[in-house]
Design a protein around this ligand. Structure first.
Ligand code: IPT
Length: 480
């Protein structure tokens, strides 16, 4: 029989989110036209007039980068709604865009579906325009905004909730004190129930959501990062709510944590989430993006890259190029999996059942078919052997996470001059682990030794890859 699952387990929606791996988050509001990061909610709607706006240009640039989903910021902190909402006059109908008949959320949705990607929405809880903000009436309006968004734009893969949600303090030089008690004001259980009811297949992103904020905006999970997490409040608070969850702990998660809450690593493609012309030469290079990929997707998290359309309503050519180059680089790296041409043998197979638990499951591209050991076997190894030397620098490991996160430590050896030599070691595996060696190695044999696991092993994938020696295209010039 199959191994018993271990610890907290992912839901169906979390499995689908995990498979998405990379997506983008698009910020485009009147704040873009004010050249700010956090708008005050004081912009005249008339300034929102992107004359060349084309959702397809933005979505297709993301697709060329290998991104499989698009989250659109339907309302940011400035409170301007990018769809014709009934909840406030401060919305796109008051702007000159499409003569006041526009619906940018719809235009994004249509472009995303046409490109075959997944769609997600962010709607800021914090609202610096709404006159009711801080009162119970606002929370009702906010919930109605969510209802509109989760009803009229098809199936969403993620609903995104910011922890930057109006606590006491200075924001962008402006004092905010609306006496919001974040532990109670938004009543998150009740607010999130709207997402659960109207979009049951979407995961909720937040500090303590079904997908957790990784705790920094550099795009990096910790070297050891568990998919399970037990949220704790920040110092001085009693409940772990969005904006008041101890985010320092989120980078690594919690071994044997109470909940399955894997990390999302969000980071803008430029320095800021919004477009600023003086950042045109600060677009991240392919090597920076690949480092982020390895430290997010390669550590069992998802990668969420911020895209910032300019005042024309288009992505700048440097951004388009960076995304395309990154997508090409990923394709070149991952198109040839050398593990598929190896003879793969294991030190032990559960019940000797080659079909259900054998090593062929390790190279079949199925995240949920797996090699397993017998219940009492918690240390085991797999050898990959080729008939001619292979040169590579990336080793990919995946567990069948339907059975939980099991493995705690792995050592990796290569065969040089008739002897095994340890070349690397790693910790948490989970949905995906990329071990990126500092140099290429050439060898006839590779050995993966699972050395620490509280229960039997259920590994679903071993991949072996070589990242291109040179980027196919010259690096974008950076000023710093
Ligand atoms: C930060 C929020 O505090 C956090 O809760 C989360 O939503 C995060 O944003 C998403 O990136 S605010 C940011 C300026 C660090």
């Amino acid at each position: 029989s199959a191994p018993a699952p271990y610890g907290a387990l992912p839901t169906e929606a979390q499995l689908h989110w995990q498979e998405t791996e990379q997506y983008v988050l698009v910020h485009f509001t009147p704040t873009t036209f004010q050249n700010k990061e956090w708008g005050y909610g004081d912009a005249d709607p008339k300034i929102f007039n992107p004359k060349k706006f084309d959702a397809n240009q933005i979505v297709n640039a993301a697709k060329a980068g290998g991104f499989k989903g698009v989250i659109f910021v339907a309302k940011h902190h400035d409170g301007f709604c990018l769809w014709p909402t009934k909840t406030t006059a401060y919305n796109i109908s008051a702007s000159p865009f499409r003569d006041g008949k526009g619906d940018m959320v719809k235009e994004f949705e249509v472009a995303v579906r046409k490109a075959g990607l997944k769609f997600g929405l962010y709607c800021s809880p914090w609202d610096r325009n709404n006159e009711d903000y801080g009162k119970p009436e606002y929370v009702e309006k906010y919930r109605n905004q969510l209802r509109e968004l989760y009803t009229n734009y098809g199936k969403l893969f993620i609903t995104w909730f910011d922890g930057a949600n109006g606590g006491d303090g200075y924001y962008g030089g402006k004092r905010e004190n609306r006496n919001i008690d974040r532990a109670t004001y938004y009543d998150w259980d009740k607010t999130w129930a709207i997402s659960k009811e109207l979009q049951p297949e979407a995961v909720i992103f937040s500090d303590n959501g079904e997908v957790r904020w990784v705790g920094n905006e550099r795009g990096f999970a910790d070297e050891t990062s568990w998919a399970t997490f037990t949220p704790e409040p920040i110092a001085g608070k009693t409940v772990a709510v969005p904006g008041e969850t101890n985010y320092e702990k989120a980078q690594g998660g919690t071994r044997n944590g109470k909940y399955w809450k894997p990390a999302e690593c969000d980071v803008p493609l430029r320095d800021g989430w919004f477009y600023h012309a003086d950042q045109d030469d600060k677009v991240k290079s392919v090597s920076e993006l690949f480092e982020i990929y390895c430290k997010s997707v390669g550590r069992g998290a998802c990668m969420d890259i911020g895209l910032a359309p300019d005042t024309d309503g288009l992505l700048h050519e440097n951004d388009v190029k960076a995304l395309k180059d990154f997508g090409d680089f990923l394709k070149q790296t991952f198109s040839n999996n050398m593990a598929k041409s190896a003879v793969v043998t294991a030190s032990e197979i559960r019940g000797d059942n080659q079909i259900f638990y054998g090593t062929k499951n390790l190279t079949d591209n199925d995240r949920y078919s797996y090699w397993a050991t017998s219940d009492e076997v918690k240390k085991a190894s797999v050898i990959l052997e080729w008939d001619k030397e292979q040169t590579f620098n990336i080793i990919r490991l995946r567990e069948n996470i339907k059975l939980g996160q099991r493995i705690e430590k792995v050592e990796i050896d290569a065969f040089f001059n008739g002897k095994w030599k340890k070349i690397s070691e790693t910790t948490s595996i989970g949905a995906n682990r990329l071990v990126r060696l500092p140099n290429y190695i050439s060898t006839l044999k590779l050995r993966i030794r699972i050395v620490e696991s509280p229960v039997s092993i259920a590994l679903s994938d071993i991949g072996v890859f070589k990242e291109p020696e040179q980027l196919a295209v010259p690096k974008i010039k950076r000023s710093k």
